[in-house]
Ligand binder design. Sequence first.
Ligand code: ACO
Length: 379
Amino acid sequence: MTEVKFSKGLEGVPATETVLSYINGKEGKLYYLGIPIEEWAEHSTYEEVAFALLKRKLPTKDELEIFDAALKNSREIPDDVIDFIYDTYDISPDAHPMSVLRSTVSLLESYDDDAKKDDLQAKFRISIRLISRFPTIVAYIDRARKGLDPIPPDHSLGHAANFLYMLTGKRPSDYEARVMDVALILHADHGMNASTFTSLVIASTLSDMYSAIVGGIGALKGPLHGGANERVLRMLEEIGSEGNVESYIDNALSQKKKIFGFGHRVYKAYDPRARILKSIAEELSKNSKYYNIAVKVEDYMMKKLSHKGIFPNVDFYSGMVYNALGISTDLFTPIFAIGRVAGWCAHILEYLEDNRIFRPKSIYKGELDKPYVPIEQRK
Ligand code: ACO
């Protein structure tokens, strides 16, 4: 048998084939279904992107209307599940929204008759319910921890606008709704990232859809992945003023610490999603304290590390956009999940058409044929 070269963190190792998204890391380009991300951000809606990923084609007008209605009609979650969210915050007021999102999605499986079915149509129906309900769950989480009553979904509003409405009870302006819509579009899919891979590994064992998505949420939560957006804003708070930027970064780098919102396994150029989010952040918060500090951080990081291929990633400016919309910092990663759930579901549906269980190997570095020492004789 030929020995395969070991690649730590599976860097550069293809895990599967896909037609969903493609990243050209050298040139900083991202495509969904072969269409550049800039086109999606300018012309599309999150609902259309979700359809396109799940079905691997652009919808016709009628198909999109039917899909949109299905999303709208699936937004409510059972009362018991709403109670679960509120009870969680009674017991644990500081619970992180990502943890409560994970547990709530897990609980939803018990209320879904399709969860026990193995066919791809059932998994497609579950995908619609998950995509539709993530904003509901996140909004209820935010309301619960603030001691506020839940606000039921408004079916006259689109996916992004309804989410903003459910957070505050105020209808967002068209501009605010569009900003959230674009943010969700930009986060919808991204090749074989850690959370998508986690979901695929679980799905490949023929486990259920909910387990696979719960795994994705768990992987996204980490600060090296989706959790970075929250850390970016906390870092900007810590930096405090433009004058502190250089010393903060010098100090962090000298201690080999990572600067959140920079660097990427695949992009060795400017992340195109960060470029779009930066221009929105600029529109929303030009001359705000955080935006000015962020731009200074970017300039200094480019001077220090762009020669190593370290540029801002999607997480660097997304938090500033959400912050300008008045959203709490610890909801940033759940919002990433609201966008990415479409990609997780789409990759699962695609992979299961020709499933093979993931089973890589580890390189054994220990000794062999050692004696078993009885416990009384061990030191
Ligand atoms: N700050 C400072 N130095 C960095 C950063 C950073 N953010 N990112 C990478 N580097 C440096 C490393 O220290 C390393 O330097 P060395 O060669 O001198 O040892 C070199 O660049 C390569 O970095 P690795 O960590 O090996 O790159 P890897 O591909 O394993 O990691 C990752 C990519 C995890 C994203 C990394 O860049 C990082 O930790 N960034 C900060 C966290 C972050 O923003 N995560 C979000 C990524 S986007 C997303 O998941 C949605």
